[in-house]
Design a protein around this ligand. Sequence first.
Ligand code: FAD
Length: 311
Amino acid sequence: PVEVLIVGGGPAGAAAAIYTARKGFSTSIAAERFGGQVLDTMAIENLISVPYTEGPKLATALETHVSEYDIDVINLQKAEKLIPAAQTGGYHEIVFENGGTLKARSLVLTTGARWRQLGVPGESEYANKGVAYCPHCDGPLYKGKRVAVIGGGNSGVEAAIDLANIVAHVTLVEFADELRADEVLQKKLRSMGNVEIITSAATTEITGDGQKVNGLVYKDRNTDQEKTVELEGVFVQIGLVPNTEWLRDSGIELTKFGEIEIDAKAATNIPGIFAAGDATTVPYKQIVIAMGEGAKAGLSAFDFLIRNEAP
Ligand code: FAD
């Protein structure tokens, strides 16, 4: 057993581990894929004080920083179950897919999230080559270009408003016959001069020239006609899903979207269990935010351990 076990090895998990290790607590990280979403990212231009980096490079930097400390990194381990301690200060247990278990007096859950994909031809092929999921991250790369946003919920309409301020033209494509976003957002979007809204449209393909995206094909659900939009970028905004399915019966409180409920100190509803990053209710899912939240969770784990002896 260790004092602190971090489940998840993205920016949040790495930050939490460095903070608890620096307090002298024995710390392990167990992760399905150390590096997390960062590994799937190309250019990163909003990690403050690092004007430009790339995902794999940042993942290596996280690993290097973690390895400066006596932190046990257990990679390629998928957590399947959490069994909370019977008493405050006792050992929580994590059960892994391979049947192994690890125990710790404090846990930091940082299993992140994944963008829901459309699942149409061209989407994976052109990921990072015109297909994007994060307007805060990739919006500026499309300055002066034409883009589409798929999805007319709040995140889709927010993305379209955001992008319309940066790019030449935005086409918002929604499957249903109306947008689901808040009225105030819809009104704002409709007031913008360089936006077209298409409803009842099922996106069927993202096309490209082999190198990068050049268009989008959708079926008009009223007429069954196929139509094409010429563009340089497609932002898919049909949901960000937290990787918390494994926590469903654990007693950890989740929102109806599956986000781990945390307070301002990154505490969950169970004493000694903290959470950070994209898997939680923290607003805005970004690397710099995940790192800050991970640091917070690490300090909270420290605070818990100095106040609670093992029973
Ligand atoms: P993640 O990075 O998702 O890490 C989660 C960790 O938990 C991983 O190690 C994963 O393997 C592990 N895990 C998941 N489930 C389990 C399980 N059951 N058991 C064990 N381990 C598990 N943000 C920016 O700030 N700037 C950008 O430019 C940017 N670009 C992006 C581009 C893309 C394509 C994507 C997908 C995201 C981008 N983001 C960007 C968002 C950013 O990557 C995330 O906000 C950030 O990585 C969240 O960190 P995290 O540690 O909370 O979770």
